[in-house]
Design a binder for this molecule. Structure first.
Ligand code: PLP
Length: 423
């Protein structure tokens, strides 16, 4: 296919007319499609329906004769911590099981750091001008936490194997830089996985702030889409080897394993950070929902059970990704109107359109009945300097809706690119 940039003005005009006609025909179908929601579909939730009757009337004693109905157990049941130890890549005794939202744990951790500081802090973070490095494209909710809590954000581009580490290493020479957001596997939204080299450099780099923390949000650890299961290194071990044992805070949850509204969230870190975390948690709660922890143990049983369950998730989700990617390739491949990565896991596809067209694509799509995540959402402060990145979420809609939406998105992307090229 001829790229748009190599077309003469006559060819471009006739291509515009043809794509505009395709767009009008798509619009006339009067569809109502939504590609914004990075959440499991009802069929995925059905996979966990057996949990709704667990642990069952009469099954409430956990290991060591612990009555799961009662208060206590701030760090979580030992059998639950063991079950998720491999997924989280931390020893069971360095894991804390919270209630259902890892985002809540991230928010709480930052609030505590702002008010109290963390181990290795000379003062609470709020006494300085706390700043986070934000790999872009990234997760809008991470950025929203920073905005809400008054933390300055500096965007750092992703490279295909994690953030641009030359830039990160330069930026952490500033003592105000206290943290970095990382989604190390099947990242939200680019789908990329951090390389060993990136992880090593993050663990070992010299930071001006002695209390710098990596927020290692491993939300998609077991969310594979292909047989090529990506692996990431044990970040706690890398940090310890590099002489920075307290550098990483790990977060994870079962939101997209079992039930997002009734899952388990996890914090894991060095023994000293875990002590610090539990000392703060003590003032917030007398204990988490241990019946839900027991429910997860009864349902998933062990790591092999967890993997088998995730395989069923993949069978539902992978065809939707495949359909989306095939349609993008068929309609946009070779045109130069967009680029995208083929993710091997996670929940999103990132579409990088022609610079300066993302907002236009979102508005064309809206007019044609397709809701897209606002352009800019994947950047701090909602500002995509290049106005080109779109986050597509194919898990929630039905397969036929994903196909229809993919077609519409491709038409809008092409039309916006042609308009831009024609000036
Ligand atoms: N972290 C990432 C990277 C996510 O993409 C999401 C949800 O989309 C979350 C965290 C939310 O996790 P939780 O449901 O555990 O709060």
């Amino acid at each position: 296919m001829t790229t748009l940039t190599s077309m003469d003005s006559e060819t471009l005009r006739s291509r515009h007319d043809a794509v505009r006609a395709e767009y009008e025909a798509f619009k006339a179908r009067g569809l109502k499609l939504d590609m914004t929601r990075g959440k499991p579909s009802p069929e995925q939730l059905d996979l966990s329906n057996a949990m709704l009757t667990l642990p069952g009337n009469g099954d409430y004693f956990a290991e060591g004769n612990v009555d799961a109905r009662n208060y206590g157990g701030l760090n979580g049941l030992p059998e639950t911590r063991r079950l998720f130890s491999q997924m989280i890549q931390a020893p069971a005794d360095q894991i804390v099981v919270g209630d259902n939202s890892s985002l809540a744990l991230m928010h709480g951790t930052i609030v505590s750091a702002l008010l109290k500081g963390v181990p290795d802090s000379n003062a609470p973070w709020s006494e300085g001008a706390p700043t986070f490095l934000c790999p872009v494209p990234g997760y809008d909710r991470h950025f929203a936490i920073c905005e809400e809590l008054g933390i300055r954000m500096i965007p750092v581009p992703m490279t295909g194997e994690g953030p641009d580490m030359d830039m990160v290493e330069r930026l952490v020479e500033d003592h105000a830089v206290k943290g970095i957001w990382c989604v190390p596997k099947y990242s939200n939204p680019s789908g990329e996985t951090y390389s060993l080299e990136t992880s090593r450099r993050l663990a070992a780099m010299k930071t001006a702030a002695p209390d710098f923390r990596i927020f290692w949000d491993n939300a998609y650890s077991v969310h594979h889409l292909t047989k090529d299961h990506h692996t990431i290194p044990d970040i706690l071990a890398l940090c310890a080897e590099a002489g920075n044992p307290n550098r990483a805070f790990i977060f994870a949850s079962t939101s997209k394993v079992t039930l997002p509204g009734a899952g388990l969230a996890f914090f894991a870190s060095s023994p000293e950070n875990v002590r610090w975390y539990l000392e703060r948690a003590f003032f917030r709660t007398i204990g988490p929902d241990k019946l839900n922890q027991l429910r997860h143990v009864r349902f998933l049983k062990d790591h092999a059970g967890l993997e088998a369950h995730m395989e069923k998730q993949a069978q539902i989700v992978a065809p939707k990704f495949e359909a989306l990617l095939q349609i993008l390739e068929a309609k946009l491949g070779g045109t130069g109107a967009a680029e995208w990565l083929r993710p091997a896991g996670g929940y999103f596809v990132t579409l990088n359109a022609v610079e300066g067209t993302a907002k236009r694509i979102v508005s064309l799509a809206k007019e044609a009945g397709i809701a897209l995540t606002p352009a800019g959402a994947t950047s701090p402060y909602g500002q995509d300097q290049h106005d080109r990145t779109l986050r597509l979420a194919p898990t929630f809609p039905s397969l036929s809706d994903v196909k229809a939406a993919a077609e519409g998105i491709a038409i809008c992307t092409l039309l916006a690119a042609i308009e831009k090229q024609a000036g």
